[in-house]
Ligand binder design. Structure first.
Ligand code: NAP
Length: 273
C-alpha cells in the first residue's frame, strides 16, 4: 500500500519539502507520496488527529508548530528533548515519535567540509527557533563560546542561559557592535530571517576576513546580501540550502531506512531557486 508523508505548518505554499521528498521516493522507486497540509496556529490537535485517521506514515513540522507538536508525541529523540522542538515525526499505529533533524542538518555542511569546531568561538546572529537548534548543534561539537547578538535582547538572554546549560561560554553583544568584532570569531552564523528575499544584511561585514566561516541559514535567495558581501571579503561560505537539504535527507532516512539520494534531491532543490 502507498505510504503517505506530509509537511504541516502555516504558511506552507512555497515549501520545497514536497518536491524534495517526492523526487527521492521516485528516484528510489518507493511507493510513497508526500503532501503539504496547511494547519493554522490553534488547530494543531485537530490536524494531528486527522493525520492519524488517514494513517500517515510520517510528517515534517514547520512554523508555527515545532514547539507545540512536542505535546502530542509519545516518544522523542535526544535532540528534540534538548531543543524542545521537533520537525520530523514517525507514526506507528498511532504512536508518534518525534525527531529533530535541524540540529544534525545544521552540522552536516560543516562536517562535509571537515572544519574543526572544537574550542572555536561562534558569533550567532538571532535568537529564534533556528538559533536554538544551531546552539544545540555547536554544543554537540564542543565549541568553546557562543556570542549571541539579536534585535530583542531578552530573547538572546534566554538562549544564553540555554547555551550555558549545555556547558558553553555565552555572552551578549549589541547588533550595532557585532560587525566591529567579527574577526575574533571562527564562525559567523546568521539565524535571523534578515536577508530573506535579498533584503538586508544582519550585521556589518566590514571586519569579516578570509579566516571567517560565514554560515547563513536563510536560503532564499541562495546568495543573500550577507553571503555576497562576505564572499567579497574572502570568507568561507556555507549556504542555507545545504542545511535545508541535509535536514530533509535525515528525515527521509528516518522514515525509509534508506540512504537519501543526495544528487537527485540537490538538483531538485537548486532547480527551484
Ligand atoms: N536552512 C534551513 O534549513 C533553515 C531551517 C530553519 C530556519 N531557517 C531560516 O532561518 C530563519 C529564522 O527562522 P526561525 O524559525 O528561527 O524564526 P523565528 O523563531 O521567528 O526567529 C526569527 C529571528 O529573526 C530575527 N529577526 C526577524 N526580523 C528581523 C529584523 N527585521 N531585524 C532584525 N532581526 C530580525 C528575530 O529577532 P527578534 O528576536 O528581535 O524578533 C529572531 O532572532 C528563517 O529565515 C528561516 O527560513 C532555515
Amino acid at each position: 500500500m502507498t505510504k503517505t508523508y506530509a509537511l504541516i505548518g502555516d504558511p506552507i505554499d512555497h515549501s520545497f519539502s514536497p518536491a524534495l521528498h517526492n523526487t527521492a521516493f521516485l528516484f528510489l522507486g518507493l511507493d510513497c507520496t508526500y503532501i503539504a497540509y496547511r494547519i493554522p496556529k490553534g488547530e494543531l490537535e485537530y490536524g494531528v488527529e486527522s493525520l492519524k485517521k488517514i494513517n500517515i506514515s510520517g510528517f515534517n513540522v514547520t512554523i508555527p508548530h515545532k514547539v507545540d507538536m512536542m505535546k502530542f508525541l509519545d516518544d522523542s529523540d535526544t535532540e528534540c528533548k534538548l531543543v524542545g522542538a521537533t520537525n520530523t515525526i514517525v507514526n506507528e499505529n498511532g504512536h508518534l515519535k518525534g525527531y529533530n533533524t535541524d540540529v544534525d542538518g545544521f552540522l552536516d555542511p560543516i562536517k562535509k567540509r571537515n572544519i574543526n569546531t572544537k574550542d572555536s568561538d561562534v558569533l550567532l546572529i538571532g535568537a529564534g527557533g533556528a538559533a536554538r537548534a544551531t546552539i544545540a548543534g555547536f554544543a554537540k561539537e564542543k565549541v568553546r563560546r557562543i556570542t549571541i547578538t539579536n534585535r530583542t535582547r531578552e530573547r538572546a538572554e534566554e538562549l544564553i542561559r540555554f547555551a550555558q546549560g549545555l556547558g558553553l561560554e555565552s555572552n551578549y553583544l549589541e547588533p550595532q557592535s557585532a560587525g566591529e568584532v567579527t574577526d575574533r570569531y571562527k564562525f559567523v552564523v546568521n539565524a535571523t530571517s534578515v536577508g530573506l528575499k535579498g533584503i538586508g544584511c544582519p550585521i556589518s561585514t566590514r571586519n569579516i576576513t578570509k579566516e571567517t566561516i560565514v554560515y547563513d541559514i536563510v536560503y532564499v535567495p541562495v546568495e543573500t546580501p550577507l553571503i555576497e558581501q562576505s564572499k567579497n571579503q574572502g570568507a568561507t561560505i556555507i549556504y542555507g540550502w545545504e542545511m535545508l537539504l541535509a535536514q530533509a535527507m535525515k528525515s527521509f532516512e528516518i522514515w525509509t531506512g534508506k540512504p537519501a539520494p543526495y544528487e537527485a534531491m540537490k538538483l531538485t532543490l537548486l532547480g527551484r531557486f
